[in-house]
Ligand binder design. Sequence first.
Ligand SMILES: *Cc1c(COP(=O)(O)O)cnc(C)c1O
Length: 457
Amino acid sequence: MPKTLIEPFRIKSIEPIRMTTRADRERLLAEAKLNVFKLHAEDVLIDWLTDSGTGAMSSRQWGAIMEGDESYAGARSFYRLQAVIEDITGMKHFIPTHQGRAAEKVLFTAVCQRGDLVPNNCHFDTTRANLEYLGVDARDLVIAEGLQPALIHPFKGNIDLAKAEALLKAEGHRIPFGMLTVTNNTGGGQPVSMANIRAYAALLKAHGKPFIMDVCRFAENAMFIKLREPGYENTSVRDIAKEMFSHADGATMSAKKDAMVNIGGFIVLRSDDWMDAARNVLIMTEGFPTYGGLAGRDLEAMAVGLEEGLQEDYLRYRLRTAEYLGERLDEAGIGFVKPTGGHAVYIDARTVLPGMPVAHYPAWALCNALYLEGGIRGVEIGSVMFGKRLDDGTETFHTMELVRLAFPRRMYTQSHFDYAAEVIAEVKQKASAIRGVRITKQPKFLRHFTCECDWVG
Ligand SMILES: *Cc1c(COP(=O)(O)O)cnc(C)c1O
């Protein structure tokens, strides 16, 4: 068997990407106030800002789009998608939503109350925001290993069961349900083991609490279980996914991830009561329960995408891609969150810019340097994203300075990854010339999206 793992698809339709010169990029970044979120996408060569809704759909998905039934109520496309989702999740009730955060908003509005507390391995930022908006305490309980970037552990997304149990005992009256995010996006796209899912489900059940999974990357998580968890080597990824769902009472999903579409999401639930409550909210905010804020064609594309996202040769290639870039970074002496996750590589900016003070935002500086050097766009996960400027003008900083390179599905080939590895290594060579930034203008919340910066030094 040849060792090279190839992209398990060939290209039928292409989209040109535009080369720019370094002088162009210096001007463009200056116009964007040193904030890559403000760049026009067509000025980016390799866009690894996010894997959310940015992937390529297959010819089967585009074919299915033509079959979309746009009836307001009871569309054929709804029933087709429902059948696929019921087969994978085993759950009776399903409603579409326009994306993952809408699923969260609808479910939480239906079943949470002010003063509640929801444990999770790590809440994704929209999950946390939707809970906090309702006055709910969103508590992160990932295992200690999950917080150490360089430490290797097969399931760094696991929830700390002892902490979860202590919380259920001490604060059980405030907990409407327990959550678990698979894979753990905020913690580096790290998987959760089946043993952890099973034990957490049993713990919640013993305390009479429903178990809701955030399943945006359930297929990648299932593949990690197959590759890493003893006893699952010979189980199909589809059956592993089914077992994951069998332990849960419900799930929220962003179909922009493992359902391989550009827009969409859903909620699945076992409970009739919760579904009635969720449907009532859905009708107010998203639409009628058989379309939930989507067009019939979107439901068709999702039905096909869910099947394609579970194909093992695709998943093997998908996880291998991140691992491959990790190997190239290792060779160049660049640190990153280990092992590589499913959808992204998280570079530890301190290993590239060890001398830069945190007040000059090293991960932000590295993001800018990657764009200037090679037209690559990543996202800072550091002190611009998670730090704050306080009213007295002082700053708080984040514990880690990471740059996330997130890979759209089925978009970039191995030569794009080789190119990126070369650019990143080149940036490290020139690290002494990389300048930090100061923030000249910022909003009060989520400042990374819109802040304006200037160079320091
Ligand atoms: C993307 C994501 C969401 C939110 O989904 P959207 O479709 O972006 O609204 C929620 N949880 C996790 C883990 C995600 O990755």
